[in-house]
Write a protein that binds this ligand. Structure first.
Ligand code: AMP
Length: 308
């Protein structure tokens, strides 16, 4: 059991996939991270900002998962961050139709006193300046700082992003974003370049094609579980990050071997997230379902071959 501090958006999402569309529903990087991480025994807290237009039941939902929400600032008369996306037929790519920062535009994060000595800090996708401010508020260096980001911040705050990257241990990023950040097409070269920027570990997410973990010369690959039903990939990356960080906070071992396990836990949880719209599947996911799927993962990736 460890202490996990999560920073990121709590948002309204509006989503369209080939299978249907939603009105404004609960979303946000920190929401997905928190729900995934709640599968592990930790003390967790979210630092974020919302407007008072966010239904109370959304915050209750997080609190009911034992997540400390005292670090979520509620701005009177403010509007919550809003994101709208539309997926293409292959579900691996999407267009962002709207990003309204709203209250997020003037966000000064406040880390609750009790979480200033967190073991693991999971910096979810938001302005890199906010991510850095959270690192600076910690009373001691966390065992592990994990950062997730996206192309939006590379386009809008690249210098800030490069600065915060210097201070972290692990970055989780998708394949296209890794290429954008480094101007390298090869993911091996991109991971090498990113390691030179700061993080010792680089996780490259490839959607339905799994995830790669890089550290020095070492590489590990975890497939995504082939699923019968994929409904909505929104939040899969954040759910991966939540499972990854949640597992590491609970086990506190920072070795390549343990990070490999964390990648498997992240991939496993992400496989549930995509089965329903938004956070629906993650809201009442049972431990037994999670364990059963871990067994499937093991079977999927294990083989016996004699090597000379
Ligand atoms: P993912 O599908 O894992 O990339 O994450 C989707 C979630 O990220 C959605 O719930 C959005 O609310 C949130 N999101 C989208 N754009 C941004 C952004 N620019 N900054 C922070 N969060 C975002």
């Amino acid at each position: 059991m460890g202490k996990l501090l999560i920073v990121g958006t709590v948002a309204f999402d509006e989503i369209e996939t080939p299978f249907g569309k939603t009105d404004k529903i609960l979303g946000g990087a920190a929401t997905f991270i928190g729900l995934a991480a709640s599968q592990f025994e930790n003390e967790s807290a979210i630092v974020s900002i919302v407007g008072d237009d966010l239904p109370k039941e959304y915050l209750d939902l997080l609190e009911n998962k034992n997540i400390d929400i005292s670090g979520i600032e509620i701005v009177k008369g403010g509007k919550t961050f809003y994101w709208k996306g539309k997926y293409h037929n292959d579900l691996n790519s999407r267009d962002t139709l709207a990003t309204e920062l709203n209250t997020l535009a003037d966000f000064n994060p406040r880390v609750p006193e009790k979480f200033k000595d967190a073991d693991v800090v999971m910096l979810g996708n938001l302005h890199p300046g906010v991510q850095l401010s959270v690192i600076n508020q910690m009373s001691k260096r966390p065992k592990l700082i994990v950062l997730d980001t996206m192309n939006f911040w590379m386009d809008n705050a690249l210098d800030d992003l490069k600065e915060v990257i210097k201070h972290i241990d692990v970055i989780t990023i998708n394949d296209e974003e890794a290429r954008q950040l480094t101007n390298e097409y090869s993911l091996v070269k991109a991971a090498e370049e990113i390691q030179k920027m700061g993080p010792k570990y680089v996780v490259i997410k490839k959607g339905e094609h799994g995830a790669l973990l890089f550290h020095d010369e070492k590489v590990f690959f975890a497939p995504a579980l082939p699923l019968e039903e994929v409904f909505d990939p929104t939040g899969a990356g954040d759910t991966f990050a939540g499972g990854f960080a949640g597992y590491l906070a609970a086990t506190s071992g920072v070795s390549f071997g343990n990070l490999k396990n964390a990648v498997i836990h992240g991939s496993n949880l992400a496989s549930f997230c995509v089965e329903r719209f938004g956070t629906k599947r993650m809201q009442d996911l049972k431990r037994e379902e999670v364990n059963q799927r871990l067994h499937q993962f093991k079977t999927l990736t294990q083989f016996d071959i004699e090597l000379r």
